[in-house]
Design a protein around this ligand. Structure first.
Ligand SMILES: [Mn+2]
Length: 389
């Protein structure tokens, strides 16, 4: 294996591995020297070879003509003579589609580097009970959505969204009992637009957006940070779930990574990784499933929970699904004592929803769950109360 030829395609970490392979002779010896698992080292080499091949370098396939940075090889045709020797080759290249995504990723990484570990550990408040947990499902905030009152009857932008959400959270947290733990659930569509194209990924709907996307992204991330801080004042521990919506396929994942980085040094905060459309939270006899609600029918959620969390399913009695997406309140029970509830949003309607005749109420709830008895109370803050209460 020609490791030296891979050097121009290697990242810093991969270079370190290549150095070690050169020094110690084999991948397994290099892995040992670097104190990493051998299978991880092999995977790193595999990734590096794949990246090099995409750039046109894979000598065992007679690909030795790399394409420029920002391009990827889209096809290689090699002509062989009767002796099996290559005699001619076409190398076709195209602009890398990943390039844009990589740039976005880099911007996010830079942003995270600036914020990583920013939250210093703080002393937990004295809390009254570990028998209960307070869950705050946040329905479709649509941060970055812009509405104009002349068109939709009401103005809406990032700063209005921020004031509404923090005020409502403040009120429901104040009203809730002093539980040891608080669960903040972003039900998806936290961000209105997923990128600067301002179109939804699947249907291509054009979106009404406020300000520049990258600015909105930053404001949204900091809004969630402030929401977590509000909860930290009252509760000793805060766990955060961020669901993937249909407006924020990627920015929801970034938001979760951002929060995780931000609260890196604060042991009182746990951010669940956002890696799939379904997240779960177990509290003694209670099990909560979280999903945006755009991909699975509500009726199928019971079986999904049983399949995804077979063990927890067996050990719990009170099972809930918290969903967003439809922007109105709906609650029903499925077999297996599973209660599915969709939550309203605090956000105003954009021109499209207004034109479609949507007129749902707007509120935020804090739900109190007891470890042995399931949901025992809830506190509701109406949008009017958030603004004038
Ligand atoms: Mn939505």
């Amino acid at each position: 294996m020609d490791y030296a030829g891979l050097r121009p395609y290697a990242s810093e970490r991969q270079l370190e591995l290549l150095d070690a392979i050169e020094a110690y002779g084999t991948v397994s010896a290099a892995a040992k020297a670097l104190d990493i698992a051998e299978r991880n080292a092999r995977r790193m080499v595999q990734t590096l070879r794949k990246n090099a091949a995409q750039q046109g370098y894979s000598p065992e396939h007679h690909m030795t003509k790399p394409v420029p940075d920002g391009f990827v090889v889209s096809g290689v045709s090699t002509y062989y003579n009767d002796e099996g020797q290559p005699v001619g080759q076409w190398v076709k290249s195209r602009l890398s589609q990943d390039d844009r995504l990589v740039k976005i990723r880099e911007a996010i990484d830079d942003m995270m580097a600036e914020y990583k570990g920013k939250a210093r550990p703080t002393k937990p408040p004295k809390t009254a009970s570990e028998d209960i947990v307070v869950a705050i499902p946040i329905g479709d905030p649509h941060i970055g959505m812009y509405a104009w009152h002349e068109e939709t009857g009401e103005n809406f932008n990032v700063s209005i969204a921020r004031e509404d959400l923090l005020s409502a959270m403040n009120q429901v947290i104040k009203a809730s009992p002093s539980a040891h733990k608080c669960l903040i659930v972003n039900l998806g569509d936290f961000f209105h637009a997923d990128n600067s194209d301002a179109r939804t990924a699947r249907s291509g709907h054009s979106l009404d957006v406020d300000s520049r996307w990258s600015h909105v992204l930053k404001l949204g991330c900091m809004l969630m940070v402030d929401a977590v801080h509000l909860a930290l004042k009252k509760h000793a521990e805060v766990e955060v779930i961020n669901a993937i919506g249909n407006h924020d396929d990627h920015s929801s994942v970034m938001l979760a990574s951002f929060l995780d980085a931000y609260f890196h040094n604060e042991p009182r905060v746990t951010v669940q990784p956002t890696t799939s459309k379904f997240n779960y939270f177990r509290f003694h006899k209670c099990l909560i499933g979280v999903t945006h609600g755009d991909t699975v029918k509500h009726m199928a959620l019971g079986e999904l929970m049983a399949a995804d969390k077979a063990e927890d399913w067996g050990e719990t009695e009170f099972r809930y699904w918290y969903v967003g997406h439809i922007h109105h309140s709906k609650k029903f029970e499925l077999r297996g004592s599973v209660i599915v509830e969709s939550f309203r949003t605090l956000a105003a309607k954009d021109a499209w929803h207004s034109g479609q005749g949507y007129r749902a109420g707007r509120d935020l709830n804090a739900i109190v769950l007891h470890k042995d008895f399931g949901e025992v109370a809830r506190y509701r803050c109406d949008i009017r109360m958030a603004r004038y209460g």
